[in-house]
Structures are given as structure tokens and as C-alpha cells.
Design a protein around this ligand. Sequence first.
Ligand code: C2E
Ligand code: CA
Ligand code: CA
Ligand code: CA
Length: 279
Amino acid sequence: AKEEKKGTYRFYSSQYYEKIRSRLRLEQALALAIRNDEFVMHYQPRIATRTNKLAGMEALVRWAHPEQGFIPPNEFIPLAERTGLILPLGDLVISKVCAQLALWQREGGTVFPVSINVSARQFSEGRVSSHLASCLARYQVSSHLIEVELTESAMMGDLKTVQREIDALNQLGVKIHVDDFGTGYSSLSLLNQLKLDVLKIDRAFTAQLGSGREGEIFFRAIVSMAKALGMQVVAEGVETKEQLALLQTLDCDEIQGYLISAPLQAERMSALFRQDIFV
Ligand code: C2E
Ligand code: CA
Ligand code: CA
Ligand code: CA
């Protein structure tokens, strides 16, 4: 029995080290990928609910791994946040979006605003506004084409620091979206105090629409609160026409989700700039 126990222990322990080793490998690979820029931005359209016209898009990063193909952000953003690699990666994402906007501007025609996801750590270092300002200048991109998405938990850091960074972004003319709204704990007074522009309601709540009154009641309350605060409302994760129809009656300003389109590479996204009506 003693032998067996020892063997079991060794088994778990080597598994444990294997886990650490593979995490270290991933961390090294990620650091290298940032240096070599192995990332490709995808863009998911946002549609105005009243007109069915394009309103903007969200930039979503993918790691174009030389062997594994596209790796989704959920598999490396948490690691990047833990290790601090989110700082250089976040800068890279901002640069890439500004470079893309400059390209689209040069092609002529209407260009639509792009929202960029930003992690708490980037925000608390006051790094977003300064890097964004320098990229906007370098690429000659107008600041109304950039928006920043911040989760409720990212807003819950040191209030002074957060307020300073939001002020700096407002000064630049960059709008701020509260991402995944409803999943965190931000208060009405905080939303009001921080002067935020858009509430993006998490897709967990959109998914409840159409399966009873409760989902509708939640949305109705959020929309009226947002309107009272002078904010716009976007519903995330809209997948069905029924959800869209309900959101139209609920006065939700914009929608985003697979019903309209999955995230697309830049060339396919810009084809939508010329499309008149969606859905
Ligand atoms: P998120 O900001 O909530 O982004 C929306 C996610 O939902 C995206 O996943 C998108 O592809 C997916 N989605 C969109 N429409 C639908 C739908 O109708 N149904 C369903 N089931 N899903 C939908 P993605 O691209 O895998 O991104 C996952 C998360 O990774 C993002 O969640 C965001 O938190 C993070 N992320 C992505 N890009 C960046 C980035 O550049 N920087 C940072 N810090 N985080 C990022
Ligand atoms: Ca987002
Ligand atoms: Ca979201
Ligand atoms: Ca989310």
C-alpha cells in the first residue's frame, strides 16, 4: 500500500510540474508573439436598432499561432493579465487598430468607430490615454473613431486613478463603453460620477430575452436607467430575430451578435461599410 501511495504522489507531482512547465512555455511563446506581432484583429459590427444600419464595430484580438492557427483571446488574455504582458499586448492592439483605421480612411468612403477592449491593469497604469494619443497622432486618425470598452470590475480600482484616466480619454474625445454590464457590481452613482457613454449589456441577459417576462423586465429597467444617465445601450450576443424584435420594442439603441455577423477580418468588415441595411 505504501508503494502505491508513493507512486500516486509521484504521478500527481509530475502532473503538477508539467502544468507549470506548459504555462511557462505558453508565457514565453506569448512574449515572443508580442515581439513578432503574431496577432490579427477581428471586427464585429454593431447595428443601430431603429435604422438597421451599421453603427460601429468592436475590435477583438486573435493570436495567429504559426502551428496552432487562430487562438481565441480567452486562452491567452487571462495569462497576459496575470503576467503583465497585457501592457505590451494592449499597446500593440491599440496600434494595430489605429493603423487599420488609417488604412480605411485612405481608402475613402465612410469609416465607422471601433471600440477597443482594455484590461484593468492597462487602465490603472494610465497607459491607455497616453498610448492612444500618440497612435492617433502618428496615424492621423480622428479620435471620434476610437472608443474604449472597460468592464465594471476594471472601473472598481482606485477611484482617483480611474477617474483621471477617464477624464484623459474624455479630453481626447474618446467615448467609453461599460462592457459586460450586469455581471459586475458597479453602482448607479459610480456610473453617473464617471461620465461614461455606453452600457453594453452582457449576452447572458440577452440570452434570457424571449423566455419569459423576467428578461424583458431587466432590460426595460436598464434602458430607462441608462437614458436617465444620458447613456446609450447596446445589447451583446443577439442571436435571434425574436431577440432583435424585443430589443426594438425595448428602445435598446444598438445590437451586436451572431444574428448580424461573427467577428470578421478587416477586409470582410470593410465590405460591410458599403452595405445599406442589415437584417
Ligand atoms: P467580450 O468583450 O465580451 O467580447 C464579446 C465576445 O463574444 C467575443 O468573443 C465575440 O466573438 C463573442 N460573441 C459575439 N457575438 C456573439 C453571439 O451572438 N453569441 C455568442 N455566444 N458569442 C458572441 P472573443 O472574440 O472570443 O473574445 C472573448 C473576450 O476576450 C472578450 O469578451 C474580451 O473580454 C476579451 N478580448 C478580446 N479582445 C481583446 C483585446 O484586444 N484586449 C483585451 N484586454 N481583451 C480582449
Ligand atoms: Ca468587449
Ligand atoms: Ca462584452
Ligand atoms: Ca464577455
